[in-house]
Design a protein. Structure first.
Length: 200
């Protein structure tokens, strides 16, 4: 007896549906490989399961882009417009620039320079010398800034120390000296002014 005819409709049981999908998917991928080899056909097969996982087969003699280009020309349907084409060209340009920068970086690190000629090596040497000069100048600038900030902090520390000493003396004199509190303040302010005059 032959096999009974299977009604083509969605399988409701999720487990049975997954098993059937796996079997049918493997079968159609196998058939795609066979027709590609036996008949010298160029094809691209893409399958997305219910989970979103992708399975694909592309003939070894071609690529997905080539297949889509041929389909677009043969069918007259536009799969992507000029905007997408420009975006693709821009991506290619950025990739080339990135590759070039990676090569330059390796050269600056002294790697992969055996293929460089004399002129290229001279240009590389000049670039390294200019870079080293810029680094040294920046280092000296940072050093001067740190030194200047350190001097400012030192002067501020001296001023605070002096004010603390004056405060201590004022508190002490308030108990022992006949001077009024206003007179003591005047003397303290004169001392601070003199200190600032010395720093200036």
């Amino acid at each position: 007896m032959g096999r009974g005819k299977i009604e083509i409709k969605r399988i409701e049981n999720s487990s049975n549906r997954q098993v059937t999908y796996s079997k049918r998917k493997n079968g159609i991928l196998k058939k795609a490989r066979e027709i590609s080899v036996l008949c010298d056909a160029q094809l691209s097969l893409i399958i997305f399961g219910a989970s979103g996982k992708m399975h694909e087969y592309i003939s070894p003699s071609t690529t997905l882009i080539d297949i889509l280009d041929r389909y677009q020309r043969a069918s007259g349907k536009t799969l992507w417009d000029a905007k997408h084409e420009n975006l693709s060209n821009e991506i290619d340009r950025v990739k080339k620039e990135n590759d070039s920068m990676q090569i330059e970086l390796r050269h600056l690190k002294g790697e992969d320079i055996t293929s460089l000629n004399y002129k290229e090596l001279m240009a590389l040497e000049d670039a390294l010398e200019n870079g080293l000069k810029c680094v040294q100048e920046k280092k000296m600038e940072v050093h001067r800034m740190l030194k200047r900030n350190g001097k400012i902090l030192e002067e501020k520390n001296k001023e605070l120390t002096f004010l603390l000493e004056i405060s201590y003396m004022m508190n002490h004199q308030m108990k022992l000296s006949p001077f009024s509190f206003q007179q003591q303040q005047h003397l303290a302010l004169e001392g601070v002014g003199n200190m600032h005059g010395q720093w200036i």
